[in-house]
Design a protein around this ligand. Structure first.
Ligand code: NAD
Length: 297
């Protein structure tokens, strides 16, 4: 469904930035994200080849004249797949789309002496367009050889955000691993409490509906994707423990009936959020308005 809707929206195609690039080989191109990128490159006029699990006996032929190789396999397979690549053409650009960046980038730099780039598309394969989506860029080697790709992605509509791989992985702890983990626990809680979702929705204001949607959408996706994102982070356990500490800290106030203490702590956090608190209030109000419009429309 994703494919059809994407094609119908973008059937005019995109401008091709690199006129002379050899074929693009997407390792894992039969998967969700690899498939999306295969389509974007095809719509931009590039020749795209897919190298899937059962294609390794043809790998040499597929890769011999590659202009770019894109790695888009499950996180826990990424490094071994990179190590398995035969020597690539000297000028070939090696890129990965993995949700973690340090380990894959190091593996690519080791495996290929040519240009290397780490990307993390901060969106799932179900987006209808790349407009306003973010792609994180972690520079590897030979920047001048992949400027065209960054330009191509910008033409697709995405915003590029450059960051060192270590900084990216740390931010992902909070943005992805922790958020998915807490959403998972909330979902688990709803199940164990035998929550009647139908009924909850009857009682729900739009903001709660949105919150429930954020949790529920997790469970429409693949368990292994989330397991990978959460478990691949080296200090996921420590982070989750810290979170539990804070939960217990707040729980203690509740246990003690300490409303004053709760309010003081609340104020403390509000101070820390500063101007962002108001900004988020406005932003969420706008999102709710948009969500409501699209629901009744
Ligand atoms: P997916 O399971 O849909 O696709 C992975 C593909 O890799 C499959 O087609 C599988 O057959 C193939 N594959 C597995 N082992 C292989 C091997 N040894 N050789 C060749 N191909 C092999 O997963 P996905 O969701 O498309 O994720 C792929 C990558 O994209 C992951 O690194 C993930 O972190 C990243 N990513 C995914 C999302 C998302 O929302 N899906 C978002 C951002 C980044």
């Amino acid at each position: 469904i994703m494919r059809e809707s994407y094609v119908s929206e973008k059937d005019v195609g995109f401008k091709r930035v690199h006129d002379t690039l050899g074929p693009i080989v997407i390792v894992g191109g039969g998967g969700k994200l690899g498939g999306l990128f295969a389509q974007l490159f095809t719509l931009s006029g590039y020749e795209v080849r897919v190298l899937e699990q059962n294609d390794w006996d043809r790998a040499d032929a597929l890769l011999a004249d590659a202009g770019m190789v894109v790695i888009s396999v499950p996180i826990d397979k990424t490094c071994e797949v990179i190590e398995r690549l035969p020597p690539l053409p000297e000028e070939c650009l090696l890129v990965d789309l993995t949700s973690i960046k340090q380990a894959p980038l190091a593996a690519m730099l080791k495996a290929h002496p040519g240009p290397v780039l780490g990307l993390h598309p901060m969106f799932g394969p179900d987006v209808s367009s790349l407009a306003k989506q973010v792609v994180v860029v972690c520079h590897g080697r030979g920047e001048e050889h992949y400027q065209w790709l960054l330009k191509q992605i910008a033409i697709w509509g995405a915003r590029l955000h450059e960051a060192p791989a270590s900084e990216h992985d740390q931010a992902m702890q909070l943005v992805q691993a922790m958020r998915h983990f807490t959403a998972f626990v909330y979902g688990l809680h709803l199940k164990r409490e035998h929550a009647d979702i139908e009924q909850l929705l009857q009682f729900s204001s739009p903001i709660y509906r949105l919150e429930l949607a954020m949790v529920g959408r997790l469970f429409a996706q693949s368990p292994s994707l989330y397991a990978d994102i959460i478990f691949a982070q080296p200090d996921a356990l420590a982070r989750a423990r810290h979170y539990l500490d804070r939960y217990q800290e707040a729980l203690a106030l509740l246990e003690a009936g300490d409303k004053v203490g709760f309010e003081a702590l609340f104020d403390d956090v509000a101070q820390w959020f500063g101007d962002f608190a108001q900004q988020f209030r406005v932003e969420s109000a706008n999102m709710l308005m948009a969500a409501n419009d699209s629901r009744s429309g």
